[in-house]
Design a protein around this ligand. Sequence first.
Ligand code: ADP
Ligand code: MG
Length: 985
Amino acid sequence: MKPPSLRKGKTPRRPAPKKPYNNQKDPVGVYCRVRPLSCDDEECCIEVIHNTTIQLHAPDGLKANRNGEYKETQYSFKKVFGIKTTQMELFEDVSKPLVDDVIHGKNGLLFTYGVTGSGKTYTMTGSAGQGGLLPRSLDMIFNSIGPYQAKRFVFKPDDKNGMEIQNQVDALLERQKRDSQQNVPKTPSSRQRLDPEFADMIRPEEACKADGVDEDSSYSVFVSYIEIYNNYIYDLLEETPVDPLKAKPPQSKILREDQNHNMYVAGCTEVEVKSTDEAFDVFWKGQKKRRIANTQLNRESSRSHSVFIIKLAQAPLDADGDNVLQDKNQVTVSQLCLVDLAGSERTSRTRAEGSRLREAGNINQSLMTLRTCMEVLRENQMCGTNKMVPYRDSKVTHFFKNYFDGEGKVRMIVCVNPKADDYEETLLVMRFAEMTQEVEVARPVDRPICGFAPGRRQRNLAFKDELSRRLEERGGPVDTEIPAALNQLLQSFPPLPPCEISDPSDDQTLPRLIEALERRHRMRQSMIDEYNRTANMLKSMLQEMDGSLMNKENYIHQQQGQLGEKDKCIQDQKSEIDRLEKKAKMLEYKIDILQKTTNIYEEDKRTLQHELESREHRLAREQSEKKRMEARMQGMVYDTKLQWEKECERRVNAKQLEMQNKLWVKDEKLKQLKAIVTESRPENPPARPEKPQRPSREKDRLPAKRSASPSPVPSSCALPQPCPPHPASYTCDPKVAKAGGTGGPLSPKASGLSVASCITDWEQRVPQDSRQRSQSPPSSRAPDSLDRRRGRQWQLQHQHQRDWEVPQQPDHVGVEEVAGPRTGAPVRPHHRRSHSAGNERWVDHKPVTNVELDTVMQPNLPNSIKVSTPSEKALSKADKYVLTHQEVASDGEIQTKLIKGEVFKTRSGGQAVQFTDIETLKQENPTASSRKRRSSENQPPQGDGNMQGGWTDVENRCSVAVEMRAGSNLGPGYQHHGYQKRRKP
Ligand code: ADP
Ligand code: MG
């Protein structure tokens, strides 16, 4: 039974479109072949460590890379073939599947890649006895399709990369034409005819054959051989005129795209070959031509790419299985391209010069383009991009465009020479190979099956055999014999009784015959019945079977429909999976980046934390430092406060004493007044003037004794005669002497107090005195600018002062003037020591409590007796007395007073000091006192009124009183202002 589609008519199903959508992809198969070293003592840089991996060792001269590391890199391939690999083994693994595909109508591309001398040509072509992939592929094809080849010229290339089918007559005519032209035997009788180079390339035991060859198709093999040199394509099989005069340089060919978008070399010779030897022959011719061209044009074969194309055309036999179906659409053309690429070494290695350099550059350029194409393809496939692949940049890539764009199986054999010299070039080759492995090519789909029933060829052959046998037998006896089956059937019938009638009266023979014949007839009838019954049964059985077959077919159709849907579903899911995988890759990449970023941030965080910690430490340290400082400052503040409190207390005390003194002075005055009153009365005897009572705390405690009687002289006093009662003159009473000391009952300021009392006393008189002396010119006062020099002039001026003082009134006149007119003669005639200038002696009394001020202006008293407590002994040796007294002024400054006096011998033989002068040395803060200074500097005394207004402090008035009294024409008030930087508050 024929399939339903055929039962309806003889027209076969239309073939499916040539390239159905196929998204199944296979990576480019990259293999590595390591050739043996030329000589054993060469340095080797490659080691096969696994059947898929090789390891490259940098040669001795190149042991370290830029980082100084030992370089050892591994590269993996689909398979690695070591030096011992035979051509056959290589063929089995690499080439055989491609040939198998070609026979089954699928395209294949195989190329060898490597530097010159790495064994590309050896691998592709081989040598005598060591046939390479090319002869073996051809051999396998012919071994497989040999019996099914179409007659020559049945298939005819159409110049557009397609194949036409000629009718029998045209093909026969063309065959006859060819035979007459070339006179070549149809098939080479032996291999001896071949070039010795190709003889015995394949041993008979190595012969290979493809499985599953479609017997119901007819095949034809066409070969082309082209060379791409300097980016030009040359046809190596082109017929050239035999006449060398007509010979012209080979013309380059161009690439075209056919209707199926396959690239082909336009006008390229395609030679139909019918056997391996014939194909070899053609190849050899092309090879020879190539060599001649290379020699003639001085080119190097290693710089050109050679492409051997095996095209296999196949078409199904017609329904009779007799002839090729005359339908162009049923022709399947598959091709296997065997490419021996140019050496991949860089230009520098080829040592090319001039135009040769350009050639080499182009060759490398085409390999570079191949590399770029692979890179772009890989990127597009891995990252889902759609970058344009620059196939057109070189002829090689352009030619093979549809293998990568469309479909086909692509394999590459990377040939390497393990010698150390090639190391660097080999590295580049390896990188290219690694990258190429990641490129994927669409898997070729199966050829659509034609609709005819299979086994046509066999049936036709059997029929033909039978026919020819019968034809042969026709010459013999005519075929009148009963066929054996029939004979057999006849023999199964009961034998006929003898039917010879010799006796006319024989009436037994005929009835017996009749009976036998009737029996036979009955048997025949029953057999016919049986036959009919059986036939009917068979018919019904067949009908039944047909019905079930129909059902099954329907079911199959249904299932196929479902299968198609499922397939579609699977395809969709696969594409979804692809998409997701790509996405996953992208995400992984992103995760990687994020991980790296996180690491960086964490590192930053750690450093910042570290910094923070150190800063916190520093802060804590600074805070504790601050606390310590605060504690110290508080201590200091407390100390200072205490100090000031003490100082304030001291000042209050001083003021109190001063006030008490004033009180005492007033008391004294009252007493004196009283004395005057009593003196004016004659009946009252003149009273001895009262010795002025020194104010003291003891005295304060006692009831005030305002009598004129002198205070009792203590028994310890060494002075036999009490001093005359003069408020401003002190006898050298031990009490007085003690006043400047420290051990007395008085405070250290006691001497200051007694002095102050004197001053107060003088104060009372000053207005009177100043009025008396107002006639002296106010301008006589030294200009203030002189004040500064006074420090230096101090001694001298005082010398002058003494000089004019001596002949005039005694120094104590300030007091006696008041008392004198009333009391008459002086109370005590002073004995004046002679003191010519230079030989006077001073008692320099400096109480130990004095603060050493280091003032510039200090009295310089040569030859003085320095004492801290004045004693009678010291006074007896001197005639002048000076007391350095310090006290705190109202503005807080320390002011130093030099209270000067003259020492007199009393009539009783004691010593008395009469104070004559007070000098004030006042330290002022130069900045704070500038206003004050200016006022005293710029306002010369204007007269009495001015004097009173201008000088209000006790010392000034005091000095005026003294000096005016002395009749000085220098004017009032020498003030010794020691302008000095303030040392302590
Ligand atoms: P290429 O074509 O790469 O320039 P060839 O194929 O011409 O290199 O090889 C150079 C030489 O090395 C030849 O003489 C060849 O016989 C030899 N050769 C290459 N590969 C092998 C191999 N696998 N075994 C033995 N000899 C080889
Ligand atoms: Mg070569």
